[in-house]
Design a protein around this ligand. Structure first.
Ligand SMILES: [Zn+2]
Ligand SMILES: [Zn+2]
Ligand SMILES: [Zn+2]
Ligand SMILES: [Zn+2]
Ligand SMILES: [Zn+2]
Ligand SMILES: [Zn+2]
Length: 353
């Protein structure tokens, strides 16, 4: 900041006897009658000159860097202006990353407001994957939508619904949830068909789907999956000898999937679980979990990536930004390696791992 001195002129109309033969600091000529003194320098009254407009100063002035200005001239040319309202800042200045502001301009128009409580966000705050910014404390006080991960509040999601299994859904996800059990069969067939178009083909073993709530999913998976998991695939089969070759039969794959999610999320989870089915069918076991889950998420990604409706784009965005070490990092690693290759390259890689 420029150091700014503001003086009210000591317009010293000292009638002077001129014993010291004073000299005007502007014109260097002797002062024989009235003069003014500013900072110990004497001037003819009309020779105390504004450095901006060149006219004499009578009244208040502003000094900056040993130069004198009409206060108005100074303000017009050098005054500190608010980066929001463009008017002069005379009182307190808020000097922020975004510029300099009047305090009220800053608080009312510049500083980020909390998406939940609308109060200014100062210091540390959360920016979620939807670019929603809010106070960190709300994270503990408010539920998060278990489908879209939005923090649920009247302002952010127009409220939401708590399910009996400790899940919460925001209003929009709840409204677009799958309501009938029959829909899951249809979506399973649709997903299997679409995956086969991408090049992921299944053998004739039985694939079933069962929508369950979160508690049931934890039971069937014996909590072997993390708390954010939305599906679990259970595979069972028997062996028999045929012409001296041991082969599987009665192979059944049962996909448990969280119920009451929107269709797009459900399809994306089905695509993920169907990749587990494909691995079972092809006896791909004992791979590192980041490769397994990363590949399953990659199949979801391939399945969703060419859709342009907003719910699908959002499912994809959440998948791409999943912070989980196994699911998220695993996916990004597989995409880095196979994103520009064919699906067959990935399948070969998994088969030969
Ligand atoms: Zn003079
Ligand atoms: Zn001036
Ligand atoms: Zn302002
Ligand atoms: Zn807040
Ligand atoms: Zn939601
Ligand atoms: Zn998985």
């Amino acid at each position: 900041m420029i150091r700014l001195f503001k003086y009210i002129i000591l317009f010293s109309l000292l009638l002077n006897i001129n014993l010291l033969a004073q000299v005007c600091n502007f014109c260097n000529k002797k002062i024989t009658s009235n003069y003014i003194t500013v900072d110990g320098l004497d001037f003819h009254p009309n020779h105390f000159i504004c450095n901006s407009c060149g006219k004499s100063i009578e009244g208040s002035f502003t000094k900056d860097n040993n130069k004198y200005f009409h206060t108005k001239c100074y303000e017009d040319n050098y005054g500190l202006r608010c980066d929001y309202c463009k008017k002069l800042i005379k009182g307190q200045v808020i000097d922020s990353e975004d510029g300099k502001f009047h305090k009220t301009c800053f608080n009312n128009h510049v500083v980020e407001k909390c998406a939940v409580c609308d109060k200014p966000l100062v210091g540390h705050y959360i920016v979620d994957v939807h670019n929603m910014k809010y106070h960190e404390g709300h994270k503990n006080d408010l539920p998060t939508c278990s489908n879209c991960n939005r923090i649920i509040s009247s302002k952010t999601t127009n409220g939401g619904v708590e399910l009996e299994d400790e899940r919460s859904l925001c209003t929009s996800c709840f409204q677009s949830r799958i309501k009938s059990k029959n829909e899951y069969e249809t979506l399973l067939s649709k997903t299997i068909y679409n995956l086969s178009l991408l090049g992921l083909k299944f053998n004739s073993s039985t694939i079933l789907v069962e929508p369950v709530n979160k508690r049931r999913l934890a039971e069937v998976s014996q909590n072997s999956v993390n708390t954010n998991t939305k599906g679990f695939c259970q595979s069972s089969y028997k062996y028999r000898e045929k012409n001296g070759i041991r082969e599987k039969f009665d192979e059944v794959h049962k996909i448990y999937i969280l119920d009451r999610l929107p269709e797009q999320s459900t399809e994306s989870i089905l695509a993920h679980e169907l990749m587990h089915v494909w691995m079972h069918q092809n006896d791909i076991n004992n791979l590192p979990s980041n490769i397994v889950e990363g590949s399953c998420n990659f199949i979801s990604y391939l399945y969703m990536k060419d859709r342009f409706d907003n719910p699908s784009k959002e499912v994809l965005m959440l998948l791409e930004n999943d912070p989980d070490k196994i699911y998220g990092d695993g996916f990004r690693e597989i995409r880095r390696r196979f994103g520009s290759k064919t699906l067959n390259d990935l399948l070969r890689f998994l088969t030969n791992y």
